[in-house]
Design a protein. Structure first.
Length: 311
């Protein structure tokens, strides 16, 4: 056997061993990734199972229609009422105020970052916005309660110490990074050829942004706002700290009222007997919250698929 043949066989063996190790590592990585995905599905399924099974005793004793329509929520009182309407109204009030803040600001910022900002400005501003998402929500809650609420009381007559207006505003600032990031990514995905065509027919940059880019990114922008609303509905610490913990059916956001998440926090910290009807209300409220957030997440997903442009 010649030296050249020996070298060739050695290289072939080495390459074969390298490919075999590569296949083994690829199999291990695939199994690990599948396990992580399966674990997340199992955890989600376990959460749903716990919510449903723990809520069943509640709905076996409280008529579902009364649960939806009763205007009082006093599960620990002697004369107990189990109407979710006060908690639901406060939740949507706070989330609606948050979206009233995040919608215009998010649209303006995402259009600016996508169409008007220089690359250096975009690279500086976007990380700063995304850093807001890393701030603990308890910090936002105490900022709303101890700083913004006393400040707002000087300008808004009748504003209570606990209210829905200020926490809603703070939640709007909290979800702003999510809305801006997803919307800006959707706008930047619109092909440059559409922008060039808009300029070719005499559109200004502003006209191009609002008449070409935003419609072209409609599915992504819509999904961003629906996900932002879902995030606001599920927010806990800000409303638990600054909105109050009294279930109050009100149409005035200057008043305090407990949201679904605030009620869950309040009851979880209490001394409720396990298996009691009052204890089951925690899971019934959690199930309602899960259904609401799931609905908006799925709506955003289907809207994104239905109206997504194929470029």
């Amino acid at each position: 056997m010649t030296p050249e043949t020996q070298i060739s066989e050695y290289q072939a063996l080495r390459n074969s061993a390298f490919l075999r190790r590569g296949r083994i590592l690829a199999g291990i990585m695939q199994a690990a990734l599948f396990s992580c995905a399966a674990l997340s599905v199992l955890i989600t399924g376990a959460i749903i199972w716990v919510l449903v099974t723990e809520s069943l005793p509640f709905f076996q004793q409280v008529p579902f229609w009364d649960f939806l329509t009763d205007t009082e929520w006093t599960p620990v009182f002697t004369e107990a009422h189990y109407g979710i309407l006060p908690l639901l109204t406060a939740t949507f009030w706070a989330a609606g105020i948050a979206m009233a803040v995040a919608t215009p600001l998010g649209l303006i910022l995402s259009v600016y970052l996508s169409e008007f900002a220089k690359p250096s400005v975009r690279e500086a501003l976007k990380p700063i916005l995304e850093m807001l998402a890393a701030v603990p929500t308890v910090v936002f809650g105490y900022f709303a309660l101890l700083f913004l609420t006393p400040l707002a009381k000087q300008f808004i007559p009748g504003l209570s110490g606990f209210n829905l207006l200020v926490p809603g505003f703070v939640m709007g600032m909290m979800i702003l990074p999510y809305v801006v990031s997803i919307s800006e990514d959707a706008m930047r995905a619109v092909p440059m050829s559409l922008r060039e065509g808009a300029f070719a027919i005499g559109m200004s940059r502003v006209q191009m942004a609002f008449q070409v880019v935003i419609p072209g990114a409609f599915s992504g922008v819509t999904a961003a706002y629906l996900l932002g609303f879902s995030r606001a509905v599920g927010e806990t610490m800000v409303v638990a700290i600054a909105a109050g913990q009294n279930p109050n059916l009100t149409g005035d956001p200057r008043e305090g009222a407990a949201t679904i998440t605030a009620y869950i926090v309040q009851m979880s910290l209490g001394d409720l007997p396990h298996g009691s009807l009052a204890y089951s209300t925690i899971f019934a409220a959690g199930l309602v919250l899960f259904v609401i957030t799931l609905f908006f997440n799925l709506t955003g997903f289907f809207l994104r698929r239905k109206f997504r442009e194929a470029y």
